[in-house]
Design a protein around this ligand. Structure first.
Ligand SMILES: [Zn+2]
Length: 98
């Protein structure tokens, strides 16, 4: 099977993807924050470095494959049970405007 989050091949009967740490037995992902590049990848690597799985969901505008500014915003998703922890981590990292 392949991981639905990072599309890497993974073995069956495991609960956590070894590539992106996504929990495979739950689909309980919640929005952590909406940010703009390059903060999305900064936060992603920071959260992953702390052991929290992250999915980046980028707003794609079909007629503008390369988006700039507000069109290119990214949502960071984390498992619901890690939301509190993730929120505290990003608050210490950046000031986020919602
Ligand atoms: Zn994965």
């Amino acid at each position: 099977m392949t991981c639905p989050y990072c599309n890497q091949t993974i073995s069956r009967n495991i609960n956590i993807c070894p590539h992106c740490q996504a929990p495979l037995n739950k689909s309980n992902w919640v929005k952590l924050v909406t940010v703009f590049p390059p903060n999305d990848t900064v936060l992603e690597s920071m959260l992953r470095g702390c052991g929290i799985p992250v999915i980046i969901e980028r707003a794609e505008v079909p007629q503008f494959p390369i988006t700039i500014g507000p069109l290119a915003e990214s949502k960071l998703l984390v498992p619901a049970e890690r939301l509190q922890e993730a929120r505290q981590l990003i608050e210490t990292q950046l000031e986020i405007e919602e």
